[in-house]
Design a protein around this ligand. Structure first.
Ligand code: F6R
Length: 243
């Protein structure tokens, strides 16, 4: 539990920097799993600061994002491709070819093959060393809405109404929010060697409590983290208020 999102983000970014530097010293890559949404913004701001002010290089970093909205081209202002470039990639020295996100524009018939390729690319990169997560009010990690099995893999998913409502302001109304997305599965996420879920603010207190102290259930996919050997929650005092 941290006093503020900024304090938590700073501690988490220091862990990332350590991993990136130790891998670079061995001439190896660090494979990072990334999330979008408002939660990781202070964390990305701190990574950018470490790059600009302290010379942290991302030249040996490979990234895989959790998810992407279906139907949105990369240029769309709400696509996760756009979000990641605006808020992180455009400000650091990561090679463009090291960045991976599911595509929002593959034809429906090609989605299973695309998801399979995404899984294979993660394995080919050596697996995810460190995955960061936010949590939705439905308890989702990635877009693994209630009912997502623990062993689910990267696939298309129908977005829950609560998730769409939460996204509505950014899309100028719920009618503009995509109804589906491509997401890494719970199983894909749980394969990561190390995981940190971030949660800030009073609005997330109830679901954070369920995820940490509630029963392990596919109705709250974040609860599966209770069984992971190296998963932690980084929360601010408001999100921790019901624990
Ligand atoms: C985003 C993602 C989602 C978000 C969650 C919380 O890539 O996978 O699980 O982390 O919906 O969103 P925010 O941070 O906007 O509250």
């Amino acid at each position: 539990v941290f006093e503020s999102p900024e304090a938590a983000a700073k501690a988490l970014a220091a862990e990332f920097a350590e991993l990136i530097k130790s891998r670079a010293a061995e001439g190896k890559t660090a494979v990072l799993g990334l999330a979008t949404g408002s939660t990781p913004l202070p964390f990305y701001a701190e990574l950018i600061r470490l790059h600009k002010e302290e010379g942290l290089s991302f030249a040996n970093v490979v990234t895989f994002n959790l998810d992407e909205y279906s139907g949105l081209p990369r240029e769309h202002k709400e696509s996760y491709w756009h979000f990641m470039h605006e808020n992180l990639f455009n400000h650091i020295d990561i090679p463009a070819e090291n960045v991976n996100l599911p595509s929002g524009t593959v034809a429906e018939a090609d989605v299973p093959a695309h998801c399979d390729e995404y899984e294979k690319a993660i394995v080919a990169a050596g697996g995810i060393d460190f995955q960061i997560l936010g949590i939705g009010r439905t308890g989702h990690i990635g877009f693994n809405e209630p009912g997502s099995p623990k062993d689910s893999r990267t696939r298309a998913i129908h977005l829950d109404e609560i998730t769409r409502q939460d996204a509505a302001p950014a899309f100028d109304g719920i009618d503009n929010v995509p109804t589906s997305a491509i997401t890494m599965g719970c199983g894909t996420i749980l394969d990561a060697k190390k995981i940190v879920l971030m949660s800030w603010g009073e609005k997330k207190a109830a679901i954070t409590k369920e995820a940490v102290q509630g029963p392990i259930s596919d109705q709250v996919s974040a609860s599966f983290l209770q069984e992971h050997p190296d998963a932690r929650f980084f929360v601010d005092t408001a999100a921790a208020s019901l624990l």
